[in-house]
Design a binder for this molecule. Structure first.
Ligand code: PRP
Ligand code: URA
Length: 209
């Protein structure tokens, strides 16, 4: 579990519980996804390098620190990853945004890719891959493979709810990719939905069910 970070912050656990509640309407669900994503962004960007520079406070000269121009790209997995973009951009507004379109075939449970649009200089950027749900892990693993095939090797995966099966698959297929999750759930049901989970994240975000 060394490359997995599960957030235990009370604010995050509070908001995740509201998201799990089936009575929470889409509008509130969307706001919660965005808020939790912004809170997670603090920790996800913890290793951004700093450079020292000289400043003058009203009292005396001092050493200040600024983020050393690290280039970032956010890459949501469509559809549900879209819900995490604005929250993250609040913290890293200069990041570029790429998109990967993948859906999970309901019969085979295997990911089917249908769209890819990435910033042209993405290989020079650190990529934060976004998807609220890590269930079997098939979609996240396929998205990471698509990125690696394009010479992108600095990737972090950020989700809201992770199932152990998804973590195990990512650790096997992409052990170099750190995983950040707001909550870890035990198991999957017969349809590979996370239990207790929060249901279908895309449907709850966009009101399609
Ligand atoms: C959901 C979710 C992940 C995937 C997780 O997307 O947003 O992408 O399932 O499942 P996995 O870990 O077993 O691959 P879905 O396929 O429902 O597509 P949608 O966002 O377009 O509804
Ligand atoms: N996709 C979802 O949106 N939810 C799950 O629980 C599993 C896959």
């Amino acid at each position: 579990m060394s490359n997995v970070m599960i957030f235990d912050h009370p604010m995050i656990q509070h908001k995740i519980s509201l998201m799990r509640d089936k009575e929470t309407p889409s509008k509130v669900f969307r706001e919660l996804v965005s808020e939790v994503s912004m809170l997670m962004a603090f920790e996800v960007t913890r290793d951004l390098p700093l450079e020292a520079y000289e400043i003058e406070t009203p009292i005396c000269p001092a050493t200040g620190y600024r983020i050393l121009g690290k280039k970032l790209a956010l890459v949501p997995i469509l559809r549900a990853g879209l819900g995490m973009v604005d929250g993250m951009l609040n913290l890293v507004p200069m990041a570029r945004v790429g998109h990967i379109g993948l859906y999970r075939d309901p019969e085979t449970l295997l990911p089917v890719d249908y769209y890819l649009k990435l910033p042209p200089d993405i290989a020079e950027r650190d990529v934060i891959l976004l998807d609220p749900m890590l269930a079997t892990g098939g979609s996240a693993a396929a998205a990471i493979t698509l990125l690696k095939e394009r010479n992108i090797h600095h990737i972090k995966f950020v989700c809201l709810i992770a199932a152990q099966a998804g973590i195990d698959l990512l650790n096997r297929e992409h052990p170099d990719v750190p995983i950040f999750a707001a909550a870890l759930d035990e198991t999957l049901n017969d349809h590979a939905y996370i239990v207790p989970g929060l249901g279908d994240a895309g449907d709850r975000l966009f009101g399609t069910k």
